[in-house]
Design a protein around this ligand. Structure first.
Ligand code: NAI
Ligand code: MG
Length: 356
């Protein structure tokens, strides 16, 4: 039997609450599947750790994480620690150090999930966003000149390398080819006259290697409109770091809300561990009340199971989430229910038992 070593970073706010359910369900999944087992190691990193130690993670934290097969993370950030510190010193450090240059975010409306569109359905809302996760607008490059003076100037530079742009676009094409889907590129070449003209050129170049994959290309503003008016035109979508960040929150709203939005940060070469995490943050407004929806964390866990090559079981886990939504009985308040975080986790676990 394969043993999968998982580093668990529950983090802040509702992070530990939803991760507890995710771990519960991963354990149950492994027991029921029988081909693999998990070995979980917990790391107490996050904002509380920062307030005690003056840093978000151990100094050699990245080295400690290297030995794991994957990282399972809740959320980081809490009032009292500036968001740019909590984000850069933990999450972004892990993403960058481990070259997790692919951010996969499924925007898929499951049966039973609420949708703000009049005619939203599972058939119409089924996109896979592949967001560039290592450079672009979030490269951190820039300068702050003449601080506080009347001539003050700030520069926030987008960095688009050939290697970085090509590998994310190629990843999207490979994904689409495997599943017989189209690829849509989202950019903004009319206004961003260097970076996005370059992006479009690379998209065009790479597409020639995949003559059987249909392609579309939209400006980001038009894409935002089409996602509402005609979501079914999107299948596999590839876009830059900033555009992907914004559009996947829009997508989350289409597909049931933040409580159902899952994400994976992938190092495709598997040279380093990949990281699986719900898209949502630490939700200080509901933290500690046992009312956070754990389904985004559970969905991320199913992405982890897929990543390890047990895609049949990953799919079963997603089906279990869908069954729970269709039952419309044991749901957290964000989905109109009255159940607690752990009651939802227990119900998913029971459904799994019935399914596997
Ligand atoms: P948030 O995602 O934490 O919360 C936004 C809204 O969605 C809140 O009303 C919250 O109650 C609700 N919500 C989020 N997840 C939910 C869940 N599982 N179940 C039910 N309701 C849920 O975003 P916000 O408030 O902007 O950020 C709070 C903190 O989290 C900040 O410190 C921010 O920096 C951090 N953050 C961390 C992220 C991460 O770790 N990847 C991502 C986004 C924010
Ligand atoms: Mg975001």
């Amino acid at each position: 039997m394969e043993t999968l070593k998982i580093a668990v970073i529950p983090g802040d706010g509702i992070g530990p609450e939803v991760i507890a359910e995710g771990v519960k369900i991963l354990k149950r999944t492994a027991e029921l599947d029988g081909r693999f087992q998990f070995d979980f190691t917990y790391f107490p990193w996050g904002c509380e750790y920062y307030l005690q130690h003056g840093r978000m993670m151990d100094e050699d934290g990245i080295d400690q994480l290297k030995a794991f097969d994957a990282i399972y993370l809740g959320a980081v950030g809490y009032p009292g620690v500036p968001d740019h510190i909590s984000l850069w010193d933990l999450l972004l450090r892990i993403r960058k150090s481990f070259d997790q240059y692919v951010n996969i975010r499924p925007i898929q409306l499951l049966n039973g999930a609420p949708c703000p569109l009049l005619n939203g359905s599972k058939e119409k809302i089924n996109m896979l966003f592949i967001r560039e996760n290592s450079e672009g607008e979030y490269s951190g490059a820039g300068d702050w000149l003449f601080k506080g003076k009347p001539e003050e100037v700030v520069l926030q530079t987008g960095v688009f390398s050939r290697k970085g742009t090509e590998r994310i676009i190629r990843y999207a094409f490979d994904t689409a080819k495997k599943s017989g889907k189209s690829v849509t590129s989202i950019s903004k070449a009319n206004a961003l006259n260097y970076s996005m003209v370059f992006w479009d050129e690379v998209f065009e170049e790479v597409s020639r290697d995949y003559p059987d994959v249909p392609t579309y290309s939209y400006l980001v503003d038009a894409a935002a409109m089409h996602m509402i008016n005609d979501p079914q035109r999107f299948e596999v979508v590839v876009t830059s770091n900033l555009f992907g960040d914004i559009l996947t929150d829009l997508g989350a709203a289409l597909a049931g809300g933040m409580g159902l939005a899952a994400g994976a940060n992938i190092n495709p070469e598997r040279e380093y561990p990949s990281m699986f995490e719900p898209v949502h943050g630490s939700a200080p407004d509901i933290a500690g009340k046992g009312m956070a929806n754990p389904l985004a964390a559970v969905w991320s866990a199913s992405q982890m199971v897929d990543f390890f090559g047990y895609e049949d079981t990953g799919k079963t886990l997603l089906d279990a989430i869908e069954t729970l939504l269709e039952e419309n009985r044991v749901l957290t308040p964000d989905l109109g229910g009255t159940a607690s975080t752990s009651e939802v986790g227990d119900r998913v676990s029971d459904i799994l038992q019935e399914m596997i």
